[in-house]
Design a protein around this ligand. Structure first.
Ligand code: SIN
Ligand code: CO
Length: 375
């Protein structure tokens, strides 16, 4: 179980006034914050094969990017540099706890915790992100400047991978110290420069692209429609202008399509889309029934796991785990709430056969999708 952090934030007013709208500085967002990972551990993580890490450096007025894994000598550089390590919450329980601290936004909107370490003057340049982020200051200090609102048309410096803004207009400036936190909504230009060595925790969000939602929804529509129905035009008027596709024909087409769209009731594609994992999950071997039969046991949610659920009509719940879904009896909802809320669940030995069947079916699914481990 990861440690719990207390976030000093008025959730209701944050959601009402700032979330997705405007930036917010929260001084001492975590009172007496002791960063759960330091520069050495971060450098060590960035040496591992499976860990996604980058170094960004500004040298002779140009920006450079290198991808990990890194070796020791990558950390000896003359110019100002920043090491960024993605999904540190998957590896370090204290960092997973920081992600879990964001318990007032649905988990399907929460992505991962990236941690950066920078030497004095290090920065990733002025840029904007497509997603919301909470920037929590770890060790040291960082000067954050906030600028203009950007979109796809904002001009970028020429670079194959980095998205650094060509222009940056400073509108606000904040010096963050350990435990301070800055919320930045999508599209807002920002630029954080290290004052001395520092670490920053980026608690990042995700949101599905509209194009991906349409594509997944259309896939489901196509599957459920089959090929048996055709365009129909009883009572049509005689052709007047040879070759024409008439406005009335197009209206019939639109009506047919609208009718087809309304016939799709199944919305499982959405939960499957938003629980897609960042990396391939590793399901664990095991038989849930054997665990349940053996008495008391603990079920823990794995740190990278993506789990969500949706109550359905007819006393069932659709459970989404790492991008796949299955229906279960609604009786398992309290277990799902505990797993999603606390990251763990304590199983009691059950004498009730029906309950045992439902529980073991759920846990078998969660084992097979690589969402839990059992101890
Ligand atoms: C950083 O930690 O240096 C960059 C984080 C960000 O700007 O999104
Ligand atoms: Co950013």
């Amino acid at each position: 179980m990861s440690s719990r952090w207390q976030l000093n934030l008025d959730r209701a007013s944050f959601l009402e006034q700032y979330w997705q709208r405007r930036p917010l500085l929260v001084r001492s967002a975590i009172e007496g914050f002791e960063p759960p990972v330091d520069a050495n551990e971060l450098a060590g993580l960035a040496m591992e094969e499976d860990v996604e890490a980058r170094i960004i450096e500004q040298h002779n007025g140009r920006w450079h990017l290198e991808h990990g894994p890194f070796s020791d000598n990558a950390y000896q550089r003359p110019a100002s540099w920043t090491l960024l390590v993605q999904s540190v919450d998957h590896y370090i329980p204290g960092v997973e706890g920081l992600r879990r601290m964001i318990d007032f936004i649905p988990q399907w909107r929460v992505d991962d915790v990236m941690v950066s370490y920078a030497v004095d003057g290090g920065s990733v340049g002025p840029h904007y992100d497509n997603y919301d982020v909470f920037l929590l200051q770890g060790e040291g200090e960082r000067l954050w400047q906030l600028g203009q609102t950007c979109d796809e048309s904002s001009r970028l410096l020429p670079h194959d991978e980095l998205r650094i803004l060509d222009q940056f207009t400073v509108e606000q400036e904040f010096l963050l110290q350990r435990g301070d936190m800055l919320y930045i909504p999508p599209g807002l230009a920002h630029w954080g420069v290290a004052r001395g060595e520092c670490t920053t925790f980026s608690l990042g969000f995700r949101a599905p692209r509209i194009v991906d939602m349409v594509s997944r929804w259309a896939d489901q529509l196509v599957d459920s429609l089959g090929g048996g129905e055709f365009y129909q035009d009883p009572g049509r008027n005689a052709l007047i202008r040879p070759g024409e596709i008439s406005a009335t024909d197009m209206q019939r087409v639109r009506e047919k399509i609208r009718h087809a769209l309304e016939s799709v009731k199944d919305e499982h594609w959405f939960g499957e889309l938003v629980t897609e994992p960042r990396s391939e999950p590793s399901p664990l071997d095991g038989d849930a029934r054997a665990y349940l039969g053996s008495g008391f046991s603990h079920v823990d949610l794995l740190a990278p796991a993506r789990l969500a659920w949706q109550q359905q009509q007819g006393n069932t719940v659709q459970v989404y785990a790492n991008g796949v879904s299955r229906p279960f009896a609604a009786a398992v909802i309290p277990i799902l709430e505990q797993l999603c809320g606390n990251g763990s669940f304590r199983m009691e030995k059950s004498e009730n056969n029906k309950e045992l069947n439902e529980l073991s079916a759920l846990f078998q699914f969660l084992l097979e999708t690589g969402v839990i481990h059992v101890r």
